[in-house]
Design a binder for this molecule. Sequence first.
Ligand SMILES: Nc1ncnc2c1ncn2[C@@H]1O[C@H](COP(=O)(O)OP(=O)(O)O)[C@@H](O)[C@H]1O
Ligand SMILES: O=P(O)(O)O[C@H]1O[C@H](CO)[C@@H](O[C@H]2O[C@H](CO)[C@@H](O)[C@H](O)[C@H]2O)[C@H](O)[C@H]1O
Length: 481
Amino acid sequence: MPDGPGRAGDPSLVRLLADWLPRQRWFGGKDSPIEELSIGTATELQTGDPGLHHLVLDVRQNGATDHYQLLLGVRRDLPERLRPHGIGLLAGTTGITGHAYDAAHDPELTRPLLSHMAGESVIGPLRFRRAPGTGIRTDLDGTPSTAEQSNTSLVFGDAYMCKLFRRLSPGVNPDLEVNLALTRAGCDHIPAVHGWIELAPGGDGAGGEPITLALLSQYLRSATDGWQLALTSVRDWFAQPVPPGPPPAFTPDDAGAAGGDFAAEAERLGAATAQVHRDLGRAFGVTTAPPERLRELAAGMHDQLDAVAAAVPALRPHAAAIRAVFDEVAASAGELPFQRVHGDYHLGQVLRTDTGWVLLDFEGEPARPAAERRAPAHPLRDVAGMLRSFEYAARFLLAVDGNLAPEAADLLELRARAWAQRNRDAFCAGYAAAGGPDPALHAALVRAFELDKAVYEIRYEARNRPSWLPVPLRSLAHLAG
Ligand SMILES: Nc1ncnc2c1ncn2[C@@H]1O[C@H](COP(=O)(O)OP(=O)(O)O)[C@@H](O)[C@H]1O
Ligand SMILES: O=P(O)(O)O[C@H]1O[C@H](CO)[C@@H](O[C@H]2O[C@H](CO)[C@@H](O)[C@H](O)[C@H]2O)[C@H](O)[C@H]1O
């Protein structure tokens, strides 16, 4: 029978994890070495073979400690299907033996999560919770979603999606907080919350609030995410024959005539976004920020730019043009409505269901400190996030194909601009028509938010997906003007 890693100091497990962790998609610190790794909490959820343990890993990088969550499976023999998720063989230096692996990939070990949430179990510092008024089925196994994401989500049949937050933030996760509040506000544009898992206060020294570990939501089986829909539209447009003669100047209307047009969806998405902003305002309140707030906002943008330009040299040639836009915001007058927003809004965060658009993942940008992610902001920050996403979708195919001849790349860049402009316009029109602040009336602010987001993306890609770095860099020249 394999034994478990209950002893927090097992040196062989710690060594194996330090080697394995940086190779995981969801590990947010790939740009720096791990200075120290230790096991913060270890909770046995299932004894026997396979065994299941919940670990919180304390990972020190650049002098700061981040906490990551791992469901650790331990088996005497590791079946072929689990080998890609193996962490290593624990040879028993402290009495622990067996193959350790990431149990999120073992359906047999995911079912207990549902039964514990259904029964509201408390195991050591872990508390399993069921949302008020809901039941949870316990007859389903979970398999990891193949969606491109920063956490790991398990899909349970047609019923549930359980997001395991990988990098833990102190306190209640904003995704849970916002989804519960929007459910109470009767918002139609989110999936229903069924349950969650939390670590009791004091479990890792985060003070009085429990730390959210996982969120169980309604699985929107037949939905397609906005990113996939948008890319299909871009592919259609890029596949159009090139008109003969000198290089054409494509208009946004040309991009719409290609078939697979996304503009009507973009407009509906704009409207859904405005409705969610309205509901967020009702649930959490709206305050009027004085003009000094604009200066603080611009100062924060400059600070991020400093940090990212220091780390990513390719950003530096654009820095002066970007700073001029931030300065314009700092110099402007007027009072602004501040409220809770999505915070990391992009096409991968929205699903088109049979009845309309649903918004996901109210966690905010994973690299920002927790307090900043929950802080009120101007709603046009989300609008700018989605505008960046249209730029991303337009340029993704172009940036990832390194074999394009320069003329072909130039032509596709012109096509990319036309597609992005068409869908940006449609989204903004839908947003303003549904009652959101009109982006056209706040052009300087939207531009600053977009550039700030592009700078964030450059750091995000450098840290997490270096091969994607050309995507935000490519659009920067155009955006910075
Ligand atoms: N309730 C759901 N039903 C169906 N698919 C979902 C649901 N929630 C998320 N997804 C899919 O999973 C992807 C990642 O979800 P998200 O919450 O954004 O995770 P992360 O924070 O890790 O990026 C989404 O882009 C979407 O495709
Ligand atoms: O979805 P997350 O909360 O994990 O957000 C992070 O990862 C996103 C990528 O998965 C990243 O989004 C960037 O890439 C998208 C395409 O994959 C694109 O649509 C977005 O516009 C772009 O910002 C997001 O920035 C990051 O926080």
